[in-house]
Design a binder for this molecule. Structure first.
Ligand SMILES: *C/C=C(C)/C=C/C=C(C)/C=C/C1=C(C)CCCC1(C)C
Length: 246
């Protein structure tokens, strides 16, 4: 209890040029605010969307808690909180795969689609962790394997089974699916850039000047909050359309 109070009342001093510290701080706040928004919006649309928005809120909430620790870790150690970063991702990215499934369930998506995406995302993250934290000398190799899993996810949702289901559903579901596909193609592509900026390898010269954590923090804000807002928008739009028809 005393530790908790101490950590709550502790005010770190953030240097004006500490962009990593700054983005951890702002990221933490943004994730908290987004969670409150998603949780409190639960009564604004049809019941059937509740689980989807609940998951959007859980994603930003889990991130908020991790950002709280990462912010602290960075302040105290001045190094990347790689462990917390990957624990956060391993919890939140599979939840995003669940979102894809829930949205496409109206069109008859099977659980196998969800599990396929979850397994691919876990492979992507575990191999990324190996490259960043365990076998840094072969970071490029682990990054490549991770990238392959990422590529299959992109293929699956853009051109595979998920796309067919979205087309069958049509309307608001199809347009939400398309937007989420763009998030995965462009938004998620921010992460390999951060990885290349933060690990040794032939690519060091390309992104060497950039701070890995700033890139990851921007990626998280875009993907976790933005992704949730797309789902929120779908819930509101689809509920309004239904009300209009009835
Ligand atoms: C909320 C967190 C999200 C959406 C995290 C996504 C992370 C990735 C898409 C990470 C991908 C990576 C590669 C494709 C290759 C290099 C290693 C990773 C793990 C950074």
């Amino acid at each position: 209890m005393k530790n908790l109070l101490l950590s709550l009342s502790f005010t770190p001093e953030i240097a004006t040029d500490d962009y990593v510290g700054f983005t951890f701080f702002v990221g933490c706040m943004a994730m908290m605010a987004a969670s409150v928004f998603f949780f409190f919006s639960m009564n604004s649309y049809d019941r059937k969307w509740r689980t989807s928005i609940l998951i959007s809120g859980l994603i930003t909430f889990i991130a908020a808690v991790h950002y709280w620790y990462m912010r602290d870790y960075w302040y105290v150690n001045g190094s990347s909180p790689t462990f917390f970063r990957y624990v956060d991702w391993i919890l939140t990215v599979p939840l995003m795969c669940v979102e894809f499934y829930l949205i496409l369930k109206v069109a008859g998506a099977k659980k196998s689609l969800m599990w396929r995406l979850i397994i691919l995302s876990v492979i992507m993250l575990v191999t990324g962790y190996f490259g960043e934290a365990v076998y840094r000398d072969q970071a490029w190799l682990w990054g490549l394997i991770s990238g392959a899993a990422y590529f299959i996810i992109v293929y699956d949702i853009w051109l595979g089974k998920a796309k067919k289901l979205a087309e069958e559903a049509g309307g608001a579901v199809l347009s939400a699916h398309k937007t989420l596909c763009w998030f995965v193609l462009v938004g998620w592509a921010i992460y390999p850039i951060g990885y290349m900026a933060g690990t040794p390898g032939w690519y060091e010269g390309i992104f060497g000047g950039l701070a890995m954590d700033v890139i990851y923090n921007i990626g998280d804000a875009v993907n976790k909050i933005g992704f949730g807002l797309v789902v929120y928008n779908l819930a509101v739009t689809a509920s309004a359309q239904r009300d209009g028809n009835s």
